[in-house]
Each structure stands twice: as structure tokens, then as C-alpha cells.
Write a protein that binds this ligand. Sequence first.
Ligand SMILES: [Ca+2]
Length: 292
Amino acid sequence: MFWWNLYFYGLLRKSFVNAPDVNSSDIQNVSNGNDGDTNTQTNINNCAATVTAGTAYFQIDLGRMYNITRIDLYVEGSAYASSGTYEISTDGTNWATIGQYTISNVSSNENASTAHSTTVSGIGRYIRYIPTALRNGTSSLTGGSAWRWRDLMVYGTPAVCTNDIYFVNFQMWDTPKAHMWKADDTNNATTWPGTAMTQVSATTDPNGFTVWKASVENNRDRVIFSNNGGNQLADATISTCHYYFNGTWYEDLEDIPSAMMYSSILPIGRHHTLIYGMVPVKGKIPHGRVLP
Ligand SMILES: [Ca+2]
């Protein structure tokens, strides 16, 4: 895929700090914390106990699924988190720890150009940086101090897909299956109703519909999605590593139109379920920042 090795500079970011015990006026320049520039920094001043307890966090939305391999933290000056945890999520709700760091020789003048690099491993779209100890302005690790960092640089590659197809289950079928065949080879087909699809755990489209996938074998190039041979969609030409939604293949989940744009064309009839009116509406989610 042509985009695998692109540099993801210049994309919009969506990041925020969650620090409920810190006054909003003490949370400064959040977007500086993931802008790829070690000369700009985020300040969280007058941190309360929850920051050092590990409940506050800085969250980044990377915009799509990535294999994350490394996180480099650049702290600032005399007040920073001397230890912290990194978490990953595919959906922004369910989280898993992928790495931790500790700066062992805490300094009152930490070099802001030094990368504190952590090797991590995980697949997801969202990253959280959770401080677990703060170094205050003198020598100890306490709360009531400042949490500052110059940049949190996340490294990875788009989650690998080679021959999978994805199906956005906007019909909310119980058992999506993919019947696949090769248009110019009548002997090359799955047996109806085709391959059972597996749900991509904790991943949904912008409207909250579940996402399912199946592997394309033997160079098959056509597909019919069905509910285990029951309700079925029209023949479609396969586009691997894309998401099939309502007759169209999308490269990214976030490109799928929101409910307000397609609700009028959802099937309504005795063989279908009327779902208009119960579909959550979400906006298009801006990209985060990933370095190659
Ligand atoms: Ca920065």
C-alpha cells in the first residue's frame, strides 16, 4: 500500500490532558506536547495528588490503527514526570499497558534535547501517557509540582493488512459471512454462504457499528456479504484492506459518513431492522501524529 511509508507530518492532531484536580488555567499548551518540536512544551502546573497517583493522563488520537514500536519522551527542565506509563487502545475506551519509563538520575536541569526512549509493542489508535511520579523543583519526587514535557513522539507503522477485507456491520447482523469468488474462474469460489467473518475486537466505525474481517484467498476478487446466507448485499468487487460500508469501500474507518448523511437510505422493510433514530452520531475524527 502506497501510504505505509509516508511521513505523517502535517496531519491534524487531537490530543488532550485529563487532570481533574488541576485548575484549567494551570493546564497550558496541550497541543505542544505532541507537535514534533522539542522547543515547544506542555505545562501542567500546581499538580495535585492524582497526577502522581497515575490517574491523570495525556491522550493522543492517532487517527487510525498503528503498530506502535517506540515512544520517545522529551522532558523539560526541573519539573517533570520522572516515571510514567504508556497505554494503548483501539477504541479510546479499553486500554492496555505497553510500556513504562523511569528517569533514574533525576536532575534539576534535565536536558530537554535528550530522548527518553521506550521500546513498546501494541496495535491501536489511541495512546495515553500517564505520569506516575513527579520531580519537583528541588530533589524529591512529589505531587504539588509541575508536570512538563517538550514532546511525546510516537513511532510506528500503519497496522499491517495484506489480504483482509473489512465489513462494517451497519445491518447489525448476527453472523456476517463473506462469499468470495474469482470473476474469471468459475472453479475458484468459497462455498455459499462463504467464509465466517471475525469481529475486529473493540473497533467500530464512526457511527458505532462493529467491524468484521475475513481473509481473501486464491486471488478471489468478488464478494457477497450475508447474514449467514440470509439477508445479503449486492455483488461487490473486492478491495483488500478497505472497509465495506453500504456499497462503498473506504480506506479508513473515519472516512465513513456519519449517520446524518446516510440514515435516509437505510433499508426499511419486513426483512430489515429500522435503525434510524438509534444511531449515535459522531463527527469525523482528526488525525494524530505518528512518526515513521
Ligand atoms: Ca513540542
